[in-house]
Write a protein that binds this ligand. Structure first.
Ligand code: BG6
Length: 510
């Protein structure tokens, strides 16, 4: 992991990655335009792209190099995180060639191989190849297979070959295991980069630094001092036009085994002895596999699933989820999920982890709130312990990247009057960082061969293993237990009850 996002001055000390050819599958798709190309552009601006560099854009439909370049340029103007310098953009796009290839179209991968080899010799990229699969998941294994069949993925002494796979990685444990097996027929584990865009977020990376570069947190980072942990990813966005994908996926699969578990593992992992990909990823996988497996009864009791109905979310008037494009009119898919999980190890025994995520909620709010145990007694006669404000350490990820500490202080005056106060560290106040897509660090790291921020097969499988009981229990329960909530609200009431049962409540915003 580099210090990509910290400040521009620090980034300018970084080295360019080795020359390479970036083979972008799904080149005409939304992900390529919205994130991959703007991130490559930002790297070009920071002079952190390989030199030489080439891009082979692969699309299933026929597309000319000219129109692909023009499409990238148009997309960049729409999605760039900084003002576009046309000269830099042109310099980047002149390295693009388009190829039409489809696994179902015999001979098309041979065409891709020829174009790739042409680009490599035109630009002198020395045989290093990054295959980036910004495609629907069903295409991952077939593409890897074809590349393998043509010998394009074979790592050579002086040339590396890597593959980046987007989420979702499988739809359950069995399919994730199967996909891993299929990829491993062509690639070695160290060549596979399973991307989770949450790991490109600055505050998420900062969790490691917060925990392990400061001496003051680690001694209290355990069940002795922490009462519970809340991990929340509330979105105002509704399903929009993603109904086809979302209705067969749901909030749990879409967000929990990947994004929320990334946050969970960074909060709960044991201190790694070294800051290298093997050690850090092993520590994350170990804690994910310590998540307690729930019986079907426990899974029902410890989960809430909701679906939004019409309402006003953020600036948008949202129709019923079931009215959305490509969503079944009697859909039982959850757009909200809340879970109560336990991590079965010495550090966390007895500490509940409450996770929640949902669409069409009142506000965008992504944060981790660590609630500390209350003071054992109050020496202040006027104030019983129960009336003291809660002690929280809050790691805010969205909309504001910040870390804040909530504690009690004496209000000014002659009497001892106690008030809850908040001390805030906001990223933007300390660091002059250009806005980014979040993909820059990830792309840079994989071109450098550093996979610390990418998911290893065992972590992915541990994540699916932990959510499997919920998926099964819900399947068996059918529509029973699906709660409805109005778009623009705080989610189903049952989510409040999940904590109220334990005598707790979700942390209020602010
Ligand atoms: C994606 C999910 O992986 O993450 C989306 O598929 C979700 O449904 C998005 O909206 C949330 O990402 P972020 O960075 O906006 O929290």
């Amino acid at each position: 992991m580099t210090a990509m996002g910290s400040t521009m001055t620090e980034d300018s000390d970084l080295a360019r990655p080795d020359p390479c050819c970036f083979v972008l599958f799904g080149a005409t798709g939304d992900l390529a335009h919205r994130l991959v190309i703007p991130a490559l552009y930002n790297l070009a601006v920071s002079k952190l792209l390989p030199d030489p560099f080439a891009i082979v854009g692969v699309a299933r439909r026929d597309v000319s190099t000219e129109s692909l370049r023009a499409g990238f340029h148009k997309g960049l103007r729409e999605f760039a995180t900084q003002t576009v310098d046309d000269a830099i953009a042109r310099g980047l796009f002149e390295k693009v060639v388009a190829v039409s290839a489809d696994v179902a179209d015999e001979g098309s991968f041979e065409r891709l191989r020829d174009e790739l080899q042409n680009s490599e010799s035109n630009w002198g990229t020395k045989g290093n190849r990054l295959f980036y699969l910004a495609t629907p998941p069903a295409a991952f294994a077939p593409i890897a297979n074809e590349l393998g069949r043509l010998g394009l993925t074979q790592q050579e002494d002086d040339a590396w070959r890597r593959i980046v796979v987007e989420k979702p990685f499988g739809v359950d444990l069995a399919s994730a295991q199967h996909l891993n097996e299929q990829l491993l027929q062509t690639f070695n584990e160290h060549q596979i980069y399973r991307i989770d865009h949450y790991l490109g977020k600055e505050t998420v990376q900062n969790l490691l630094v917060l925990r392990f570069a400061n001496g003051m947190f680690e001694p209290i980072w355990n069940r002795e001092h922490i009462e519970h942990v809340e991990i929340r990813v509330d979105e105002t966005l509704a399903v929009g036009r993603r109904g086809k994908f979302y209705d067969t996926t749901g909030a749990l699969r879409d967000m929990v085994p990947n994004h929320l578990f990334q946050l969970l593992s960074l909060v709960t992992m044991e201190p790694p002895a070294r800051f290298d990909a093997h050690t850090v990823r092993a520590a994350k996988a170990a804690v994910l596999s310590a998540i307690k497996t729930q019986t079907p009864e426990e899974a029902l009791r410890n989960s809430v699933r909701g679906q939004y109905t019409a309402g006003q979310a953020g600036k948008h008037q949202v129709p019923d989820y079931r009215e959305a494009e490509n969503v079944a009119r009697d859909s039982e898919t959850e757009t909200f999920v809340a879970l109560r999980l336990m991590v079965d190890n010495w550090r966390w025994a007895g500490v509940p982890f409450y996770l929640r995520t949902g669409k069409a909620l009142a506000a965008k709010r992504t944060e981790i709130a660590i609630k500390f145990r209350t003071a054992p007694l109050s020496m202040f006669q006027t104030m019983p312990v129960a009336d003291l404000a809660d002690n929280y350490l809050v790691i805010g990820i969205d909309p504001v990247e910040r870390i804040s500490l909530q504690f009690n202080a004496k209000a000014p005056g002659l009497s001892v009057s106690i008030r809850g106060v908040q001390m805030d560290f906001c990223y933007r106040d300390y660091f002059r960082a250009e806005p980014k897509t979040g993909y820059e660090t990830l792309l840079y790291d994989c071109m450098r061969g550093d996979n610390i921020l990418f998911q290893r097969a065992d972590s992915i499988e541990a994540g699916w293993r932990a959510v499997e009981p919920f998926l099964q229990a819900w399947r068996n329960a059918g529509a029973d237990g699906l709660q409805f909530y109005a778009a623009g609200g705080d989610g189903p009431d049952a989510a409040k009850e999940l904590l109220a049962r334990d005598g707790r409540r979700w942390r209020e915003a602010g």
